[in-house]
Design a protein around this ligand. Structure first.
Ligand code: KIV
Length: 272
């Protein structure tokens, strides 16, 4: 059964909060280009994240660290041209907001002006609070990102589940409250125990969107390439695959090669 929405109104940050208030789960996926963004927007997704995971899935880097602000803006602009309904979220990449809140604001303003995104997303809690406050004071909505934060992979040392120990769980809860109190409209929480994410979702009035954070949160986000089965090598426990495109594409390309080599393609009807 398909339960996609019939509501064609543009999704705003306010509407995301209202969805939480009435208990409607929020669906979010990543996209990095016009064609895929157009398909998932028409399919009824609530929010599209131009994630810095573009560094991995589009550019083939091992981490999200190398992607630049200019590259994020290129992806953001491409996705914006396709999106009619979904809320458009663009990640601030590594090195463009940590440490200096003036640079953070300049980076966020570039994203908003050049991509026409509805908001920005950035990773971290207390450590980046000054940047969060400065960006919010310019009227730019922020989606936070806590738990596993891929931009801090060199500090964490692995992509294992975060906040299993009490001390880290306590900090995560404090950071989530700090971001809400500062004025963030939603938070992504990545790869933490389900009960902990659920506790945060029930304590906060802004939506918690989980990835590998269980079922007790207000919405879910996945990297589109992962859920479409475009990279079979990546299969964490939290990932549900909805298609097997790597296999479909491989078969299609193999058939095309066979047809060209055997002069089957093009046939009489496929020429002028
Ligand atoms: O960049 C990204 O794709 C993300 C998701 C994992 C939430 O931040």
């Amino acid at each position: 059964m398909s339960v996609h929405t019939e509501d064609s109104r543009k999704v705003t940050t306010r509407r995301l909060i209202e969805m939480k208030q009435r208990g409607e789960k929020i669906s979010m996926l990543t996209a990095y280009d016009y064609t895929m963004a157009s398909i998932i927007d028409k399919a009824g997704i609530d929010a599209i994240l131009v994630g810095d995971s573009a560094s991995n899935v589009m550019a083939g880097n091992v981490t999200t660290l190398p992607i630049t602000l200019d590259q994020m803006i290129y992806h953001g602009k491409s996705v914006f041209r396709a999106v009619k309904r979904a809320l458009l979220v663009v990640d601030l990449p590594f090195g463009t907001y940590q440490g200096n809140s003036k640079i953070a604001l300049e980076s966020a303003i570039r994203i908003m002006k050049e991509t026409h995104a509805d908001c920005v997303k950035l990773e971290g809690g207390k450590e980046i609070l000054e940047s969060v406050n400065r960006i919010l004071s310019a009227g730019i909505p922020i989606m936070g990102h806590l738990g596993l934060m891929p931009q801090s992979i060199n500090k964490f040392g692995s992509y294992a589940v975060r906040a299993k120990e009490e001390e880290e769980a306590k900090k995560l809860i404090e950071d989530a409250h700090l971001l809400e109190d500062a004025g963030c409209f939603a938070i992504v929480i990545e790869k933490v125990p389900a009960n902990l994410a659920g506790q945060i979702a029930s304590e906060l009035s802004i939506p918690i969107i989980g990835i590998g954070a269980g079922r007790y949160v207000d919405g879910q986000v996945l990297v589109m390439h992962d859920m479409l089965g475009l990279n079979k090598g990546f299969s964490p426990r939290f990932l549900r695959r909805y298609a097997n495109l790597e296999e479909n594409i491989t078969q299609a390309v193999q058939q095309y090669v066979t047809d060209v080599k055997s002069s089957d393609f093009p046939n009489e009807q496929e020429q002028y």
